[in-house]
Design a protein around this ligand. Structure first.
Ligand SMILES: [Fe+2]
Ligand SMILES: [Fe+2]
Length: 191
């Protein structure tokens, strides 16, 4: 793990958020090993995935504006969704990350997107199944995550859509697009 980043990050996050991050790092590394992805990139993306999580909604919106980032209508109403996209810019500007694949995994870890890369799926899932997570079906998802990356990502996206609907909140269109895209790929695989 990158020691300089780790020291800086520890100061930027709450104790709980830092512990969550360490859990995500461990799971992301295991998933990367399992699916023959780059373990160092998975570790770095996991380490920084929530680096903007402690920004307030006002701070997220201000940071996005200052960096000319596009804000869609759903994100405008749910600014917490920005902690991924803003986190990617913070990872680059404050933590010196230059790898585009790592930055994308941070950017899309909350919403997902169409054509998710292996690394993006790994970070999305690791965030979802780390040991402190408790929600119905998490154990099943934990085991499927190590059996079939795409199936597990679909399950996680479905879970998110179901949960967000249950609390009458807005669903980000990229989450729907990510799920449809993976389901279409599964259907093609089984033809
Ligand atoms: Fe997050
Ligand atoms: Fe997270």
């Amino acid at each position: 793990m990158n020691k300089t980043i780790d020291v800086k990050l520890k100061k930027a996050l709450t104790k709980n958020r830092y512990e969550h991050t360490m859990n995500v790092v461990k799971i992301a590394e295991s998933l990367a090993l399992r699916y023959h992805a780059d373990v160092d990139k998975a570790s770095l993306a996991a380490l920084l995935h929530d680096c903007a999580k402690n920004f307030s909604c006002e701070e997220l919106l201000a940071y996005a504006k200052a960096n000319d980032m596009k804000i869609d209508p759903v994100t405008r109403l749910e600014p917490q969704l920005l902690h991924g996209p803003v986190g990617a810019v913070v990872a680059e500007k404050t933590y010196g990350v230059t790898d585009k694949k790592v930055l994308n995994a941070i950017h899309y870890h909350t919403t997902g997107r169409e054509h998710m890369s292996k690394l993006e799926k790994i970070i999305y899932l690791a965030d979802f199944i780390e040991p402190s997570r408790t929600y119905p079906g998490v154990d099943k998802l934990r085991s499927i995550a190590f059996e079939d990356l795409d199936k597990a990502t679909i399950m996680a996206l479905t879970n998110t859509i179901r949960y967000v609907s249950s609390i009458n909140s807005l669903i980000h269109k990229q989450t729907v697009t990510a799920r449809n895209d993976l389901i279409i790929k599964e259907l093609k695989k089984n033809k």
